[in-house]
Ligand binder design. Structure first.
Ligand SMILES: Cc1cc2nc3c(=O)[nH]c(=O)nc-3n(C[C@H](O)[C@H](O)[C@H](O)COP(=O)(O)O)c2cc1C
Length: 384
């Protein structure tokens, strides 16, 4: 069964590409992170040499809260693919601002040029201004997800069929033949499709069509609840979905030092920008009838990291962080999506001090034969 197989694989790591200015926290604390290509090229190479399998580029078209400048996600992702040898780069894209056929073509080219390392993150959007300033309609929340689901179905159809056909409410294809196709193999029929979004509509969409589900930062119970629900949805459709969890990682040699850094980030928050962001994200899951979704119960300190990354609790010594990561693995998390304060330094610290401990703990867990019972105990074994 796919999900138990992926649970036995070593947990994977991705990092947020800092392709927008201002870093990953809305704070005036010193951040040695830079959004330039030069900085990012060096970071991508450091990351692939320090245990990162994936990088995730962000999509943002206009200045937002604490992020005044942005590099476009698909072009930037391709540049990073060409600057690296093994890193898989996931480009975030908005249905509604791309035709899926045009994106399918772009990603097929990126995949060909990079030897099969291109991927997409389909995000349904929270930033209304971005759409209205571009003169595009802002659909109601669940309609955005209906469009995203069609978008993903179209991508898959184009990447895997010689005579792609599609008749939907948002998109149509007529005998469309993409050549060349992206690279494919037994474990990867087409570029991987990730999705961001945690509302009820997002969970249902993941179960039906996504390869990966990204969660905002969560504690153990929060992520377990989502994994259970998405697994249940996926099982109805005979599928399995993999899980990525966001977390902002502050690793230091002493716990006190790490906690001080977190305290300083929050104390120096850009309060006006955080408040603006908190208000704009009400367009996400909070705008639905059950009010489930990202940021639905975020507090001020949570919003200082765009994706509730402090909630994952990856703050402390290498030992404390490694233990927590493996606890997430026991709850069905397949990948951690990490953000850092000073990327160049922190990515190397992660690779040298934290990752070896994670791998040791995982080896102990495998040797004990207890992973399956742990997954079962948390109710996250997918049923096919
Ligand atoms: C890992 C991750 C990455 C995301 N990246 C972006 C992004 O680059 N640009 C963007 O506008 N939204 C991004 N989003 C937000 C989504 O567009 C969406 O608004 C959000 O997930 C709220 O979804 P919900 O209403 O289903 O909870 C991301 C979400 C997640 C979980």
């Amino acid at each position: 069964m796919p999900s138990i197989e992926s649970a036995y694989e070593p947990i994977k790591f991705a990092y947020w590409v800092p392709n927008v200015s201002g870093g990953l926290v809305v704070s005036k604390i010193e951040q040695r992170t830079d959004w330039s290509y030069e900085y990012n090229k060096k970071l991508a190479v450091l990351a692939e040499n320090n245990g990162f399998e994936y990088a995730l580029s962000q999509v943002r078209y206009i200045a937002s809260y604490g992020a005044a400048y942005q590099h476009e996600s698909t072009g930037f992702s391709l540049a990073l693919l060409l600057a690296t040898e093994r890193l898989k780069v996931i480009a975030a894209i908005h249905p509604g601002l791309w035709h899926p056929g045009v994106l399918a073509k772009f990603i097929a080219t990126a995949d060909q040029l990079s030897g099969g390392r291109a991927a997409v993150n389909v995000v349904s959007g929270w930033f209304k201004d971005e759409f209205t300033k571009l003169g595009e309609p802002w659909l109601e929340h669940d309609e955005r997800y209906r469009r995203s689901e069609e978008f993903i179905r179209v991508l898959r159809e184009i990447w895997t069929s010689d005579h792609a056909e599609f008749r939907g409410d948002f998109y149509r294809l007529h005998d469309f033949d993409l050549k060349p196709k992206p690279l494919s193999g037994p474990t990867r029929p087409h570029p991987e499709i990730f999705q961001g979004g945690n509302s009820t509509a997002a969970r249902a969409m993941a179960g039906r069509v996504s390869d990966w589900y990204f969660s905002n930062g969560k504690d153990f119970d929060g992520v377990t609840e989502q994994i259970r629900e998405v697994n249940t949805e996926a099982a109805i459709h005979g599928r399995a979905v993999k899980f990525g969890l966001n977390g902002f990682l502050i690793g230091r040699d002493s716990e006190g030092e790490a906690r001080e850094v977190l305290k300083e980030i929050v104390a120096k928050a850009d309060r006006e920008a955080v408040a603006g962001f908190g208000s704009a994200v009400k367009q996400a899951g909070q705008s639905t009838s059950d009010k489930k979704g990202m940021w639905q119960d975020s507090e001020f300190a949570d919003l200082v990291q765009y994706n509730d990354g402090f909630r994952t609790g990856l703050v402390g010594t290498p030992e404390q962080i490694a233990e927590r990561i493996v606890e997430y693995k026991k709850r069905g998390v397949n990948l951690l999506l990490l953000g850092f304060l000073h990327y160049h330094e922190d990515v190397v610290y992660f690779g040298e001090k934290i990752l070896p401990l994670v791998r040791e703990l995982e080896a102990d867990l495998s040797a004990s034969g207890k992973l399956e019972s742990e997954l079962a105990r948390h109710g996250v074994l997918a049923v096919s």
